[in-house]
Design a protein around this ligand. Structure first.
Ligand code: UGA
Ligand code: MN
Length: 362
């Protein structure tokens, strides 16, 4: 089957990125009927957002006019003295700039510890960790310094206009801040957006390191298909296997692509829109001028090297500290750690009373 034949059939959510162009009178008739039916399908599919009926430039205009309410640059706080980004020894190996948006919650330190320890096994990697907060959390800074990997620690809070929304666009202001930082500080390397709660196979880093323009690969545990993946035919990306096409040209997850940093300089305005679910597509539509440039990774997009895992959110405990504390026990240090890591907050008048069960009690 040719790629044109593959794409012309109704493959549900196999989103085609090129269409057959040569057709006769009869097939033109068929095409009109087909398009009418497809349109009907779109209108009646609750999963498809309104953008699905738009194409190319129209989609782009719709996104930028309606969704980028915030036009001014993000407020960015630099948390640590800037590091020298050119200190990597082997300059022939492209450096991976791994951008992680993160926000305060009880599971944050657990996520960052696990991710940081994965990243410390990767050579020539620079971690750009951007907190969704007006200022930096010292406990996060401490973890970064302890890991001993090159890092940049920034903070950039979600604009308040979006915070009020029931389903706000997550991690956008912080990723935009990271783009700004890279454009001002880095000339070359490979950019990857790695959320703090995903799981990464170390082989992923070998795959993305030689990204010449833009590379794509499957992400496990996304949507109803258990995966979001580019579809490769004859070595080329010809579509996407993703259960939420939603009119997106590039139906990919944030963790499913890497970009050569030269493209950030080539397209200085490319950024993420504040629109849930359309962040990746908005960015990719700006920088992918030729779909032939997309490099299929992970054995022609047949392997899963990254998973969109989600951690159960545990509300921060509100506690009253034990009233009877025997001096010199570990308890005050422990409570301090709970507070520092935002696992619990303490008040002497409110919250759940807590107590120590001493061995001598029983
Ligand atoms: C999915 C995608 O994998 C994200 O890349 C995308 O940003 C997100 O949907 C979206 O479109 O909203 P999902 O697992 O649903 O991700 O979202 P989270 O893991 O909750 O958040 C994505 C990233 O943003 C995480 O690294 C998280 O720490 C960060 N985040 C989340 C913030 O910085 N601020 C928030 O208020 C929430
Ligand atoms: Mn997530």
């Amino acid at each position: 089957m040719t790629s044109a034949a593959m794409l012309s059939g109704n493959h549900g959510c196999l989103v085609g990125i090129s269409k057959p162009t040569v057709f006769t009178g009869a097939s033109a008739m068929f095409l009109l009927v087909y398009l009418a039916l497809w349109k009907y399908h779109d209108i009646n599919n609750p999963l498809l957002a309104s953008a699905s009926s738009l194409t190319g430039d129209e989609t782009r205009a719709a996104i930028s006019l309606q969704d980028n309410i915030i036009e001014e640059p993000e407020q960015i706080t630099s948390c640590d003295p800037p590091v020298n980004v050119t200190t990597f020894k082997n300059e022939s190996v492209p450096v991976i700039y791994f951008v992680t948006p993160t926000y305060a919650r009880s599971v944050q330190m657990a996520e960052l510890t696990r991710l940081g320890q994965t990243l410390s096994s990767v050579p020539a990697l620079h971690w750009i960790l951007v907190e969704d907060a007006p200022k930096c959390n010292p406990a996060v800074g401490k973890l970064l310094r302890r890991l001993g990997i090159p890092f940049t620690h920034l903070a950039s809070a979600m604009p308040s206009a979006y915070k009020k929304l029931k389903n706000p666009p997550r991690g956008v202001s912080n990723r935009r801040a990271a783009l700004q930082w890279i454009r001002s500080n880095v000339k070359q390397g490979v950019l990857y957006f790695g959320d703090d709660d995903n799981s990464y196979d170390l082989r992923l880093f070998d795959e993305i390191r030689d990204t010449r323009n833009i590379s794509m690969f499957p992400v496990g545990l996304v949507g109803d298909y258990a995966v979001s993946a580019p579809v490769v035919y004859d070595g080329k990306v010809v579509g996407f296997y993703d259960s939420w096409p939603a009119g997106r040209r590039f139906a990919v997850d944030m963790a499913g692509f890497a970009v050569n940093i030269k493209l950030l300089h080539q397209f200085p305005n490319a950024t993420f829109v504040y629109k849930v679910g359309f962040e990746e597509d908005s960015f990719l539509q700006e920088i992918v001028t030729d779909v032939g440039f997309i490099e299929a990774k992970a054995a022609n997009c047949t392997q899963i090297l990254v998973w969109h895992t989600r951690t159960v959110q545990v509300p921060m405990a509100m506690l009253q500290p034990p009233t009877l504390i025997i001096e010199d026990t570990s308890i005050s240090g422990l409570l301090h750690a709970l507070d520092e890591n935002k696992l619990a907050s303490f008040s002497t008048s409110r919250g759940k009373p807590s107590s120590v069960h001493y061995l001598t009690d029983v």
